[in-house]
Design a protein around this ligand. Structure first.
Ligand SMILES: [Ca+2]
Ligand SMILES: [Ca+2]
Length: 619
């Protein structure tokens, strides 16, 4: 038997081994690593025609060892495990991929020195106010990159789902505007390559995890943006997606193995049932559909239970932090990947960068579910999360409900009052990101029926409430989506971002008086917030809204300062007695309204104009 086996094996080998010219290396990811990282054992993906038939070796390099070479069913991949000892010197690793027939493919792999300050980079926190930007729609800094050869989705400003040409250069050129407005951080919707045939502008269908989309700029331009922001004391939050990629991702044409993505006999969409996360009665079918179902047919669901996929995604996130010096991550669709992988992913990043911050998107209006994911939460199923921050969708929903609903037998403010009262569910409510709207829902001005007074209340609430406030670009100039809630319309172009725009929100040219007023109101509010530490770290006390009124008040306070935030949603001016606030105010109030400048001397009631918010710095 033995001779036959050997001869068959040789025949098989010969059949599988192409000639020298056929073997190539077309991708190596991550493209480099650094010395002195916590994550010092990495798995490098090598992709190239028939590369799996070759045997890699590493030229001796002190401190570095090639500890494992993994082949997969697809011979076009190799996964190399590299261990980099802590005191290793930066330099170039020299690999040779060799074959039995004398093939030799050399490959140089850079091990870089870390840049200063990376390890201790301070993530976004409650001292920040975040400006959310859809990069395709904010400012076109370089019309020359609007169309790029090889990328089929071309620029067309008349198509609301098309690309409009906004880019990283446009953001860099307008960082001073964002800074002047009082924002201290920017979160951009994803900027990595989306080589999709249409709707590529939103960025959520990644087709290359290591490359900024050339229509936005380049990796170097992204890094420059981070540096320019840092120079102004601002932070950059990168939007990442590990649940799915785009159907046009390069590996979709040639998967390493069947289980690289979650495959189904026929297209199966996620059921979006977050209930399964804590439901003691959840079926396996529902659970599998939730985690492994696809978001949409054009976004394959990645299988993070595949160990190489898991390493790939973790390394990729750390690579971007280390490369560009970002200050935070907003993780898209946080509950949809494998939840144990998400815990590993978050832990790996936080182990690498202990002061970093990551906010997860969990779009449900139930604090019981959102709080499940926050670090420190003791969950009934024993799940341990390492995620510091979540998007506070429950409070967003409650705020809009309070603002748009009418008084019934109880005050309309009970919606926010009651959701806030469930903060005991969160280990750290101050680290939640709070927001009036985002890129996935109608603009807040539209949600509030284009009511300027209500919008001001929403802005005051979000700027003064516990948490990390985030606002969507254009809110300051009353951007709206009156015609429909089509996403392309919600994410309209920021006026002034394009050469020849008749209205320019950066300069103020062509803005209506109402738009100008909102912009200066917002600017005043955020710049005051920036210099008011009591709002960043102070305590919170809220007072139950009385049934027969549309008045609601809460206080932010610490040893240095007390701030009273009070809202009157009545259509008339109200003379509001302050008796109920005695435990925090004492018998009378002296102070100054930050917004109007009005001062108060030992008053025991407040005259609050119709439909306004007051922010009173108590003396
Ligand atoms: Ca452009
Ligand atoms: Ca999934």
């Amino acid at each position: 038997m033995r001779p036959i086996f050997v001869s068959l094996a040789i025949l098989f080998f010969l059949a599988q081994t192409p000639s020298l010219a056929q073997q190539t290396i077309s991708r190596v990811e991550p493209p480099n690593w650094w010395v002195g990282m916590e994550l010092n054992t990495i798995e490098i993906l090598v992709y190239g025609r028939e590369i799996g038939a070759l045997v890699p070796s590493l030229e001796s390099y002190p401190g570095v060892q090639l500890t494992k070479v993994k082949t997969v069913p697809n011979n076009n991949y190799l996964f190399l495990t590299l261990h980099i000892a802590p005191e290793t010197t930066p330099g170039n690793l020299k690999f040779v991929f060799g074959g039995e027939n004398g093939q030799r493919i050399p490959y140089t792999y850079p091990l870089l020195a870390r840049e200063d300050g990376r390890k201790n980079s301070i993530g976004f926190n409650s001292s920040d106010a975040i400006y959310l930007i859809t990069p395709d729609r904010f400012a076109n800094g370089n019309p020359g990159n609007d169309n790029v050869e090889g990328l089929t989705d071309k620029a067309d400003r008349s198509d609301k789902g098309g690309r409009h040409g906004g880019d990283l250069e446009g953001i860099i050129k307008n960082l001073d505007y964002i800074d002047d407005m009082g924002f201290t951080a920017i979160w951009m919707n994803p900027v990595l390559e989306n080589a999709m045939p249409k709707n590529s502008y939103h960025g959520y269908a990644t087709t290359d995890y290591y490359k900024v989309d050339p229509r936005y700029g380049s990796n170097a331009m992204f890094k420059e943006l981070c540096n320019e922001a840092k120079d102004r004391g601002m932070k950059v939050i990168m939007d990442m997606i590990v649940n799915h990629c785009g159907l046009e991702h390069w590996w979709m044409k040639d998967l390493p193995s069947e289980d690289w993505i979650n495959q189904w006999p026929e297209y199966t969409q996620t059921n979006h049932r977050k209930t399964i996360i804590l439901d003691p009665y959840a079926s396996q079918l529902d659970t599998r559909e939730f985690f492994d179902g696809w978001f949409v047919p054009s976004m394959p669901d990645l299988n993070q239970r595949n160990a190489s996929m898991a390493s790939y995604l973790i390394q990729n996130s750390i690579w971007w932090i280390e490369y560009a010096g970002i200050d935070g991550i907003r993780m898209d669709t946080y509950p949809y990947p494998d939840m144990y992988f998400m815990a590993d992913w978050t832990k790996a990043i936080m182990d690498e960068y202990p002061n970093f911050n990551i906010v997860g998107e969990e779009w449900v209006t139930r604090p019981t579910i959102v709080s499940y994911w926050q670090k420190g939460k003791e969950n009934s199923n024993g799940y341990t999360s390492h995620l510091k921050s979540l998007m506070d969708f429950p409070l967003q929903h409650a705020l809009v409900t309070s603002l748009v609903s009418e008084k019934t037998w109880s005050s309309s403010w009970v919606h926010v009052y009651e959701v806030l009262g469930q903060d005991y569910l969160y280990p750290d409510p101050k680290n939640l990101v709070i927001f009036p709207d985002n890129h996935d829902m109608s603009r807040i001005f539209t949600q509030l029926n284009e009511d300027v007074d209500l919008l001001k209340m929403a802005l005051v609430y979000t700027a003064t409430m516990r948490g990390i406030p985030q606002f969507y670009y254009g809110t300051e100039v009353l951007m709206k989506n009156r015609e429909s809630d089509d996403h392309g319309l919600i994410r309209s172009d920021f006026p002034g971002g394009w050469e020849g725009d008749k209205i320019n929100a950066f300069s103020g040219e062509g803005l209506t008086p109402a738009e100008k007023d909102m912009q200066s109101f917002f600017k005043k509010l955020l710049n005051w917030r920036k210099d008011t530490p009591t709002l960043h770290t102070g305590k919170l006390m809220q007072f139950s809204p009385k049934n027969d009124t549309e008045i609601y008040a809460f206080f932010r306070y610490d040893d240095d300062r007390k701030i009273m935030v009070i809202f009157n949603k009545e259509a008339t001016e109200v003379q509001h007695t302050l008796d109920q606030y005695q435990e925090i105010l004492g018998t009378t109030l002296s102070g100054k309204d930050v917004l109007s400048g009005t001062t108060f001397e030992q008053v025991n009631s407040l005259r609050i104009p119709a439909r306004t918010a007051m922010i009173i710095e108590v003396n």
